[in-house]
Design a protein around this ligand. Structure first.
Ligand code: SAM
Ligand code: SF4
Length: 332
């Protein structure tokens, strides 16, 4: 089967698959304060549909799948989905989770073939955790992260462990060094993400803490960071120090977009294909499958959408005024 290549020669080998729009947190930068109208369950992809899409795309060269949402672990079949995708022989099968429901599921996820784990955690302070997520739960997330290390999710082994930190001006930017201290002590990768505009999150340029700023804060205390080799498709630029066990990464989607090396496809929990996180254009693979599309038909839709993929996103100020879905219904 020929590769999923777009008009700019970018070969698409990574799939981000939303499992749900539901979430047990309400992060200020992701979930609009008024919530989001939830799509009825019958419009969500079923376990079989998720497994089928995974297989069809894997046959066309996708070798890395990341499950996201909403909070993927609120879906009761999350471990089963991992097990079904785990049989495809992917190079990487990952989950991005807020960690609240993780600890009890870890053994099952690992046995099902989960190779990479990303836990989102923006602060190490309980009061701030509640301000950012509008819910309590920091202890549970920290305990799940400890358990993940115990299950062998760590950057120096066959499985990996990352912590996503969205940097927010006036909220958590002063914790950059605390997170870097953690990466120095433990074999984890802490990724600082520039906050991005999505519908309903009230994005404002003044909230943006740039990757250069976070890096300077860390270097002021730890000394110069050594750049690692991230490869052409990386979303994060990663760095470490000779005396560190872990590393830090910076996802500079706003100040240094990585569109040129983009190899990512996204499918939302309701089965819509998005070829760009910031592109409002979508095509429903769910409807096609429910209307009897063959595997070749489904791939044809993916190829047609890819043919229209833009070279790069429009830049942060244009994005801030472009209609798109809220992040929680896209899947980060
Ligand atoms: N609920 C899971 C979690 O929080 O890890 C998975 C879904 S969440 C949408 C995926 C990632 O997107 C998280 O790391 C989150 O911090 C990030 N994210 C959400 N909204 C964002 C925004 N406006 N800008 C940058 N990152 C964002
Ligand atoms: Fe939920 Fe993740 Fe969005 Fe936070 S970032 S509201 S945990 S989906």
């Amino acid at each position: 089967m020929s590769a999923l290549t777009d008009a700019f020669g970018r070969r698409h080998t990574t799939l981000r698959l939303g499992l749900t729009e539901r979430c047990n947190l309400r992060c200020v930068y992701c979930m609009p304060a008024e919530g989001v109208p939830l799509t009825p369950t019958r419009q969500m992809l079923t376990t079989d549909e998720v497994a089928r899409l995974g297989r069809v795309l894997a046959e066309a060269g996708v070798d890395k799948v990341r499950l996201t949402g909403g909070e993927p672990l609120v879906r009761k079949d999350a471990v089963e989905v991992v097990a079904r995708l785990g049989r495809l022989g992917l190079r990487s099968l990952a989950v991005t989770t807020n960690g609240l429901l993780l600890e009890d599921r870890l053994a099952g996820l690992r046995a099902a073939g989960l190779t990479d784990l990303t836990v989102s955690l923006d602060t190490l302070r309980p009061d701030r955790f509640e301000t950012i997520t509008r819910r309590p739960g920091l202890d549970r997330v920290l305990s799940a992260l400890d358990a993940a290390l115990g299950h062998g999710y760590r950057i120096d082994g066959p499985r990996s462990l990352k912590v996503n930190v969205v940097s927010l001006r006036g909220v958590n930017e002063d914790e950059a060094v605390d997170f870097a201290d953690w990466a120095a002590r433990e074999p984890i990768e802490v990724r600082f993400i520039e906050v991005m505009p999505f519908d309903g999150n009230g994005w404002d340029r003044s909230e943006l803490v740039t990757f250069e700023e976070t890096r300077s804060r860390i270097e002021d205390v730890h000394g110069p960071l050594d750049a690692l080799d991230d490869g052409p498709h990386a979303t994060a630029r990663t760095f470490t120090r000779p005396d560190w066990r872990g590393r830090v990464g910076f996802v500079a989607s706003m100040t240094a977009p990585f569109c040129a090396g983009c190899n990512r496809l996204r499918v939302t929990a309701d089965g819509s294909l998005k070829v760009c996180l910031f592109g409002p254009r979508e095509v429903s693979l769910r409807d096609a499958m429910r209307d009897g599309a063959t595997d070749a038909d489904v791939l044809g839709l993916v190829r047609r959408a890819l043919a229209g993929k833009a070279r790069a996103h429009a830049g942060m100020d244009v994005l801030a005024t472009t209609e798109n879905r809220p992040m929680i219904t896209i899947g980060g």
